[in-house]
Write a protein that binds this ligand. Structure first.
Ligand SMILES: Nc1ncnc2c1ncn2[C@@H]1O[C@H](COP(=O)(O)OP(=O)(O)OP(=O)(O)O)[C@@H](O)[C@H]1O
Length: 235
């Protein structure tokens, strides 16, 4: 049986208190097996980013436990959480978050300089199809190319897990498919567990497992027997 990269028990998050309290997660029990592509779907405000932030070590739960392999993130000190993020987690966001004054190579190098077991920045950029663009600045690259630099930056540290929050949200279908193909490659070639949060329900067809979220809770988990390639999914 596959081990879990993540499991959560009764994970609860409340922002604020009293009358203004927002219950973003209401006791989430979840298992994410290692090496899977998992798509998290749900309406705006249902708690997807909150879950991602907690299991990604960026935020803490109000109650409950979140395990990364056999380590309880809820019991870690801030220093241990930083170490966990640095060693194991790659993040990809909708709006790339690249440094405009640095080249593609330098943007990736920012991460590899502090990582435990990094790839060569140019190797990571070659993996996302940007071998010829390593010396370009973000403003000289298209949206899809910038997102691929962001993915190269996230994978160059050899992460155990890659978190992607709306990675294709700002992209057209052709470019979006190219980006999903890169995520699929990262999963297959590096064995990283890939967690994608999206509003695009059709992207669920490329996942091993689809988690449907509503109102801070899991409504349904679907395991896909057959996965589609990014080229095969509707947009
Ligand atoms: N820092 C915060 N302070 C107060 N409330 C917050 C905070 N962050 C999120 N929330 C609230 O928690 C709930 C869940 O938000 P979250 O961002 O996790 O949802 P989401 O499913 O990721 O939404 P979207 O798809 O729009 O990104 C929402 O009601 C949101 O307004």
């Amino acid at each position: 049986m596959k081990k879990n990269t993540f499991s959560t028990k009764g994970l609860t998050k409340v922002y604020g208190e009293g009358r203004s309290a927002v219950h973003a997660l209401r006791g989430v029990d979840l298992d994410i097996p290692e090496g899977e592509i998992v798509v998290l779907l749900g309406p705006s405000g249902s708690g997807k980013s909150t879950l991602l932030n907690i299991i990604g070590g960026l935020d803490r739960a109000t109650e409950g436990d979140a395990f990364f392999q056999d380590q309880n993130l809820s019991e870690m000190t801030d220093k241990q959480l930083t170490r966990y993020r640095r060693d194991h987690v790659g993040f990809v966001f909708q709006f790339y978050n690249l440094m405009p004054s640095l080249t593609a190579h330098e943007n990736v190098e920012l991460v590899t300089e502090i990582a435990r077991d990094p790839m060569d920045p140019d190797e990571a950029l070659a993996m996302v199809g940007l071998r010829e663009r390593v010396d370009h600045f973000p403003a000289q690259l298209s949206g899809g190319e910038q997102q691929r630099v962001a993915i190269a930056r996230a994978v160059a540290k050899n992460p155990t897990v890659l978190f992607c929050d709306e990675p294709t949200g700002a992209l057209d279908s052709t470019t979006g498919r190219a980006v999903l193909n890169v995520l699929k490659d990262v999963n297959e070639k590096l064995g990283a567990t890939v967690l994608i949060v999206t509003h695009a329900a059709s992207q669920a067809a490329m996942a091993d497992r689809v988690i449907h979220f509503a109102d801070g809770a899991i409504r349904e988990v679907v395991v896909n027997k057959k996965k589609l390639t990014p080229e095969e999914i509707d947009w």
